[in-house]
Ligand binder design. Structure first.
Ligand code: MBD
Ligand code: FE
Length: 283
């Protein structure tokens, strides 16, 4: 009974793994490049083993832990928390983006969320309406500041307890997920709630690993975004909240100074913030 109702590392991990497996995964990496990368990966691991004189007990614990990560479905969680930020950095450096800064996608994106008009409220439950509201508005433009009428702003984020729909039990499928269609000037105005910080589950191998080195399992409260427009490079990013807990110490190392919001109460006392997205040409 409780295993059906309470969020578990096993449940969220395997949901993320199933979601990932449903996507197409290929790369045109050459044999030569694969050889160079594998040699360097194994060489880096060999250096660590020698530098720290890793023992057989530690090796066996590692083997068991790797088995556990797979069984709990936590490879998407573990990799996105500890590695994706470096991949993301290389991605943006390689392409030379001049527009809005990107950040990691993380394990909880789901494509094809419900379409919403430019001025909208995110799908939410009664209990979500009790949480502090956030009005998030702005414009999607090109590098010259021209509004992009065909753009979409996909938004997904955790609820007031830090849980994501489709990755924790009992939450409506598209709760706090939507694809917002901007207006004829590229503008949008979304009413949602301020999400809570996200805690990596303590009852799974990623959480155990963090405990074993005395670290903390927290990500600051964040909004996930994917912004797309015809003829423009899509951008995947996240936005954070100034002064929020863990903003300066994100376990996933995914905060950038350009991505921190500072909402202020509007005339009605509701927190409101404007953030504009600037997209590079699709080259
Ligand atoms: C999250 O919510 C997240 O955004 C990332 C990157 C990793 C784990 C949970
Ligand atoms: Fe997240």
């Amino acid at each position: 009974m409780t295993t059906m109702e309470n969020p578990t590392a096993f449940g969220s991990g395997n949901a993320a793994t199933d979601k990932f497996k449903a996507e197409r995964v290929t790369s045109d990496t050459s044999v030569e490049r694969a050889s160079a990368i594998y040699q360097d990966v194994l060489g880096a691991l060999a250096d660590v083993i020698h530098k720290h004189q890793v023992t057989y007990d530690e090796y066996r614990v590692l083997k068991q832990w790797l088995i556990d990560v797979g069984e709990y479905g936590e490879w998407p969680l573990f990799l996105d928390v500890f590695l994706e930020h470096e991949i993301e950095k290389v991605h943006y450096e390689r392409k030379g983006f001049a527009g809005t800064k990107g950040s990691i996608e993380g394990p909880y994106y789901v494509p094809d969320s419900p379409r919403l008009p430019a001025k909208c409220t995110m799908p939410m439950r009664e209990q979500d309406r009790l949480a502090p509201s956030l009005i998030f508005k702005g414009q999607v433009t090109d590098l010259e500041g021209n509004g992009l009428p065909g753009a979409t702003v996909e938004l997904w984020h955790a609820d007031e307890e830090g849980f994501y729909s489709q990755f924790a039990p009992g939450i409506p499928e598209w709760n706090l997920r939507g694809t917002v269609e901007v207006d004829e000037n590229g503008n949008f105005e979304i009413t949602t709630l301020k999400p809570a910080p996200y805690k990596i589950p303590a009852d799974g191998p990623t959480g155990w690993m963090i405990q074993s080195y005395g670290g903390h399992p927290w990500r600051p409260a964040h909004l996930h975004l994917m912004v797309k427009a015809p003829g423009k490079r899509s951008i995947t990013t996240q936005l954070y909240f100034k002064g929020g807990e863990w903003v300066d110490d994100d376990v996933a190392t995914a905060v950038k100074p350009e991505l921190i919001l500072d909402p202020q109460p509007n005339a009605a006392g509701i927190e409101e913030v404007t953030y504009n997205f600037v997209l590079d040409p699709d080259a």
